[in-house]
Design a protein around this ligand. Structure first.
Ligand code: ATR
Length: 271
């Protein structure tokens, strides 16, 4: 039995063991996937011990994604771009690879589960923190017409846009002025977590606008309510959670699980 775990603080409510358990059952993989609470500052010591004692891979969540990035001996391109690691994999030579599957999970949820188009569309990313940075490279890889990053602190949006500007048309600004209307709006700000929602001008919603919140819960988020009340099609981030897990599972096991049944199951249990 190959050993995996999710590490975080807090970790008790993580759905990852459920999701990976379902993937393993579905694909007939003999793995054990646990959960591990680690104290802040103790990530590297834990990870070293885990891999030294035969562990094959870790998922890493708050607040250890930067620690995991430092811990990895080698990074994938998308992990380097994200500046954060949510998946560690022990390689054959004993070194540990750091990857970030959040962006791929977001893109596959939007494109494959929801059937929304990213290519040639005008995309707005709200927020310029770790969550936004983590998904920009995979979003850009879908070749949208443009990406605009809007953030309360404008300078952070500008730094982020500059960092990724080699790859596509990517602009930045604050939450008051926007360069155009958008086809797809992705909320990557943590404002909704405290049930807040910055005031946004209605005109950012283009025709047939799609609005995606990276956060999920039993109830629609404030951002989803705002967008839906103005005619947009909305989705929360539960599919991204399952999508990033599927991408981690693929990195570890070389198999792509079917995300639809587990996503349906989790959705039912959330209600
Ligand atoms: P995460 O890892 O979730 O991205 P983060 O790196 O702390 O967390 O980033 C939080 C993001 O949410 C930032 O873009 C932040 O805006 P600032 O850069 O201006 O701080 C945004 N955010 C948090 N609370 C907000 C609020 N009440 N209104 C608007 N934006 C908010």
């Amino acid at each position: 039995t190959d050993n995996y775990a999710v590490v975080g603080n807090p970790i008790a409510h993580s759905l990852s063991p459920r999701i990976h358990g379902a993937f393993a059952a579905q694909t007939g993989q003999d793995i054990h996937y646990g959960r591990q609470l680690v104290e802040e500052g103790a990530f590297a010591a834990f990870a070293r011990g885990f891999f030294a004692s035969g562990g094959c891979g870790l998922n890493v969540t708050m607040p250890f994604k930067l620690d995991a990035c430092d811990f990895a001996d080698e990074l994938t391109e998308r992990a380097r771009a994200a500046g954060a690691v949510n998946t560690l994999k022990k390689l054959h030579d004993g070194r540990v690879l750091g990857d970030n599957t959040d962006g791929a999970g977001l893109v596959s949820d939007i494109r494959d589960n929801l059937g929304w188009v990213i290519r040639d569309r005008r995309v707005l990313v709200l927020g310029a923190g770790g969550a936004a940075r983590g998904v920009l490279l995979p979003l850009l890889a879908e070749t949208p017409e443009r990406i605009h990053i809007a953030n309360r602190t404008v300078a952070k949006a500008e730094w982020l846009a500059k960092e990724f500007s080699a790859d596509a048309e990517i602009t930045a600004g604050g939450l008051e002025e926007f360069p155009c209307a958008f086809d797809l709006i992705i909320n990557a700000s943590s404002a909704g977590l405290s049930n807040e929602m910055p005031h946004l001008p209605e005109k950012i919603l283009g025709e047939n606008c799609k609005a995606y919140d990276m956060v999920y819960g039993a109830e629609p988020t404030p951002f989803m309510c705002w967008a839906k009340a103005r005619g947009a099609t909305v989705a929360d981030g539960l599919g991204m959670l399952v999508g990033q897990a599927a991408e981690s599972f693929f990195l570890w096991r070389g198999l792509r699980p079917d995300v639809a049944p587990i996503l349906q199951q989790l959705r039912k249990e959330l209600q």
